[in-house]
Design a protein around this ligand. Structure first.
Ligand SMILES: Nc1ncnc2c1ncn2[C@@H]1O[C@H](COP(=O)(O)OP(=O)(O)OP(=O)(O)O)[C@@H](O)[C@H]1O
Ligand SMILES: CC(C)(CO)[C@@H](O)C(=O)[O-]
Ligand code: BAL
Length: 361
């Protein structure tokens, strides 16, 4: 939390806090360690909610869940360059420090007023890249040299195929965050379902004494679009069509619920819906239409994210997908095209197909 919060935070007793709150602002590894040590001794549980800022209701739902179950919640706000590809949107990624600080202070008051929580937001961790990469930032290239954590093969599939450095960046920064904060529990959103599989592997394979908690995807009430910091890029015209991915996944879910188990039928339902919406949009012409490309639609094993030909109903599966919303071709006079002039936006979403209990008798 560089400029905005730095300017607006009070610095009483040498302890920086978010304005009008008891939420500590920690910027360095040593500051977190100093804050953390007493809680190791007094056996108060500490939760970490890792974020890249630009907070929305999805992030707040993770913090609420963390406060219910832990004495202290630490929220990290750090836009980690290592998980952005060289041609991705690092430069334009939304940074809303002041609004984030206000949202956290508001939520902390809500948590204090609600008697059902074990804890509140105790601290935000907002490091610089120099702090997070003490040996120097290794770069965003696929062949960058440096100290990385890689989780394969799961990190190479799906999102990893489209974003080859993404899960390396995520696993590396999460390993650092976990080592710095030493949380008992970490909270992640199901919206990034493959990320949750990667993090669970990281915790298992490196024997980290951490429980990974996955919270449901928060969606827009009106049409179910998964909340995402990148939605600000869309602008109203593309925002209206963006639920196409969720609707396609729901069509596939309906096929599964209706008894289909094979890939062709389940995913075929999603593909048909996406193709129909694309045809409808294309027919509208450049002044009105929205163009998008389906990056992938997947039906995968919940533990490995490997593609499934047939769903084992005892185990279930994960329906997921990514679409790229293309820039508006012929904007109207004064049309709001979204943050940064409405660049291409890659949206992801997923639905879990639950394993159906089989009767033992
Ligand atoms: N709609 C959502 N519901 C629940 N959790 C979410 C939602 N969106 C993001 N999260 C979770 O919040 C955490 C931080 O995510 P992040 O800061 O990247 O936000 P984001 O909205 O996913 O951003 P982006 O648009 O860049 O993907 C992750 O664990 C992510 O899964
Ligand atoms: C987990 C995370 C904060 C790591 O930078 C990021 O990938 C995110 O916000 O989902
Ligand atoms: N929520 C995942 C972060 C990213 O797309 O970079």
């Amino acid at each position: 939390m560089a400029s905005g919060c730095a300017a607006s935070a009070s610095r009483g007793n040498g302890l920086e806090k978010l304005p009008n709150s008891s939420i500590r602002v920690l910027r360095t590894v040593s500051a977190v360690r100093r804050w953390r040590r007493p809680h190791l001794l007094d056996q108060r549980s500490v939760a970490l909610v890792p974020t890249m800022g630009a907070l929305h209701e999805g992030h707040l739902s993770l913090i609420r869940a963390a406060a219910r179950e832990n004495h202290h919640v630490v929220v990290s706000l750090y836009v980690n360059p290592a998980q952005f590809g060289v041609r991705e949107d690092l430069a334009s990624y939304p940074v809303t420090w002041d609004a984030d600080a206000e949202a956290l202070v508001r939520l902390d008051r809500e948590l204090a007023d609600d008697g059902h929580n074990l804890g509140r937001i105790s601290a935000v961790f907002a490091p610089t890249t120099a702090e997070m990469y003490p040996g120097g930032f290794p770069g965003q290239e696929v062949d960058s040299k440096g100290s990385f954590v890689t989780i394969t093969p799961v990190g190479e599939l799906l999102e990893g195929r489209s974003r080859p450095t993404f899960f390396r960046g995520v696993a590396t920064v999460c390993m650092k965050l976990f080592n710095i904060v030493q949380p008992e529990r970490v909270y992640f959103g199901q919206k990034d379902v493959q990320q949750t599989v990667v993090i669970k592997r990281l915790v298992r394979d490196f024997m980290l004494p951490i429980e990974v908690v996955v919270c449901p995807t928060a969606r827009a009430e009106e049409d179910g679009l998964a909340l995402s910091s990148r939605n600000v890029y869309l602008g109203p015209r593309r925002r209206a069509v963006a639920p196409v991915l969720y609707n396609a996944l729901r069509a596939a879910e309906d096929a599964y619920t209706g008894g289909a188990r094979d890939r062709a039928t389940v995913l075929g339902a999603a593909e048909s819906l996406a193709a129909r919406v694309l045809a409808e949009q294309t027919a509208l012409g450049p002044e009105k239409r929205v163009r998008f490309e389906v990056d992938y639609l997947s039906l995968a094993d919940p533990d490995t994210m490997e593609e499934l030909e047939v769903v084992d109903p005892a185990k279930g599966g994960i329906l997921s997908g990514a679409v790229k919303m293309l820039p508006v071709e012929a904007p109207g006079e004064g049309e709001d095209l979204g943050h940064s002039g409405g660049p291409p936006v890659r949206l992801i979403d997923n639905i879990i197909l639950p394993g159906i209990e089989t009767k033992s008798d």
